[in-house]
Write a protein that binds this ligand. Structure first.
Ligand code: G3I
Length: 459
């Protein structure tokens, strides 16, 4: 008997829909309080529920991530640093990168200070190393990034400052030169990085509901986003033009800013913006609800945009034992599943590094320089539970993809069969009762579509 015909599955699906139908709206404060409650509930669920790779009967621990991802129809990527790729005493780094991933992004080497360290002097060789390495391994590359407040060379901030017109010319020249150097070689480009405000009220410095100050570019160049996107299109029409940001993964104030801004830009200039990057720097102690992540991806997809998870890592503050690494695995698996459930919209999932040995989190808000174990491979390149969970989720999706269409139509929406099948009702708190928590966005930038998506029964 197939899964979609089983009684157990149908009962679980019914319970899920009842939960969704009893949904209620929340104030901002309530939503914040529930965030903690959801995290605790999910921890309990993770402890109670076996991970997918332990229960999926066709799990193949020997397949690589990139092979399973290709069969599932998405890309799986990693941020790579040239210093690690070229370190002859650590051959496992480049071998793991090439064998397990089919998408690369340079962690730092394509940023402004690396590619234009002095004005009009372009050095793209280190950026090329990352792009070429993955392309030589049969994969693809994404470019990160053109306009950001970080990783800029000092010459961009002279005193007195450049005139706004000069600054615009500098940005357009940078994009033309770097974009031109990689034209046809990269599949996605973060044209703008981290532009969005973290709060809903207009920022007093910019008087803008959506954007935060991003020196030197904004507010000096008021239309810097469409202008940079136009320059990127001229430099390389084939690479998908992304805006990439953090903290906008689930259904909250910031993701609504991103959504509403994108909706306006898509209406004003169709085809200019093509994708939204969800960075996904999350934490075992605070992570987004996967149902909200999936709903967020879906609504962006309805604007005609692609989405990608662009910088995923899951910080695990010590003590980080087996229980917390299991929760970390679940968080990774849930995000990959959210991507897979947005087929045709979500292009893939990129982790911000390969091994726990090298992560920006060794230094970020980490005064004792502890191992936060945020990635899929441990410091000795051992495969972690998170690795196996991602692999299992990809393999389950590949299996569903190969299944007859009639069966897929019954169980794909709104909860994946894999999630429900592996989640006893009491334990699957992240999946089932999540529907009762936050169908209403907490500000005036409420979007009714989300509620509709939640309550919609499967066909
Ligand atoms: O390479 C130089 C070295 O020569 C110098 O001696 C040393 C002294 O500070 O700095 C080294 O550069 C550092 C660089 O990482 C390479 O390790 C920079 O200081 C440091 O600021 C830089 O941090 C990077 C950060 O972005 C700023 O560009 C992190 O590695 C990188 O992981 C991080 O990535 C960002 C994404 O681009 C955007 N989203 C958030 C993400 C994490 O912060």
């Amino acid at each position: 008997m197939s899964l979609c015909h089983s009684k157990k599955f149908r009962l679980l699906l019914l319970a899920a829909l009842v939960c969704a139908a009893t949904a209620r709206g929340l104030s901002h404060e309530e939503a914040q309080q529930l965030w903690g409650a959801r995290t605790r509930a999910a921890s309990a669920a993770a402890a109670a529920r076996p991970l997918r790779y332990l229960t999926f009967k066709n799990f193949d621990a020997n397949e690589t991530l990139r092979s399973a991802a290709a069969r599932a129809g998405i890309r799986v990527g990693a941020a790579l640093a040239v210093a690690h790729l070229q370190n002859a005493s650590d051959p496992l780094f480049s071998r793991t990168a090439a064998e397990e991933f089919n998408l690369a992004v340079a962690e730092n080497e394509c940023k402004y200070w690396s590619t234009e360290p002095t004005r009009d002097n372009f050095t793209t060789s280190n950026c090329s190393v990352v792009v070429d390495t993955m392309r030589a391994a049969g994969g693809a590359a994404r470019l990160h990034n053109y306009a950001w407040a970080g990783a800029n060379p000092g010459w961009l901030y002279p005193k007195p400052a450049y005139s706004n017109a000069t600054l615009l010319g500098i940005l357009q020249n940078h994009i033309a030169r770097v974009g031109g150097a990689f034209a046809g070689q990269v599949v996605q480009t973060d044209v703008i990085n981290e532009p969005f405000s973290n709060t809903a009220p207009p920022n007093p410095e910019t008087h803008d509901l959506y954007l935060k100050p991003m020196p030197p570019w904004y507010p000096a160049i008021r239309d810097y986003i469409p202008l940079a996107l136009e320059a990127a299109r001229a430099a390389d029409p084939t690479s998908l033009r992304y805006i990439n940001d953090y903290g906008a993964e689930d259904l909250g104030v910031k993701s609504s800013l991103v959504y509403n801004f994108s909706r306006g830009l898509v209406a004003a200039s169709p085809g200019l913006l093509q994708g939204i990057g969800l960075q996904m720097h999350v934490d075992v102690d605070a992570y987004p609800d996967p149902i909200e992540v999936a709903a967020n991806m879906k609504r962006l997809g309805e604007l005609g945009l692609k989405v990608s998870v662009t910088e995923m890592d899951v910080r695990c503050t010590p003590p980080c034992g087996a229980d917390r690494l299991a929760l970390q695995a679940k968080i990774y698996g849930d995000v990959v599943e959210a991507c897979l459930n947005n087929s045709g919209v979500c292009e893939g999932v990129v982790t911000w590094g390969v091994t726990d040995a090298f992560s920006w989190l060794w230094d970020f808000e980490n005064p004792h320089h502890e191992d936060m174990q945020p990635l899929l491979f441990d410091v000795r390149y051992g495969k972690k539970p998170a690795y196996y969970e991602v692999l299992a989720v990809l393999q389950m999706a590949a299996e569903r993809r190969a299944a007859p269409q009639a069966c897929r139509d019954r169980f794909l929406w709104p909860f994946s069969a894999a999630s429900i099948w592996n989640s006893p009702i009491g334990a699957g708190a992240t999946y089932l009762p999540a529907g009762i928590y936050s169908t209403e966005l907490p500000t005036e930038i409420h979007n009714d579509q989300v509620r509709f998506q939640r309550a919609k029964p499967p066909a």
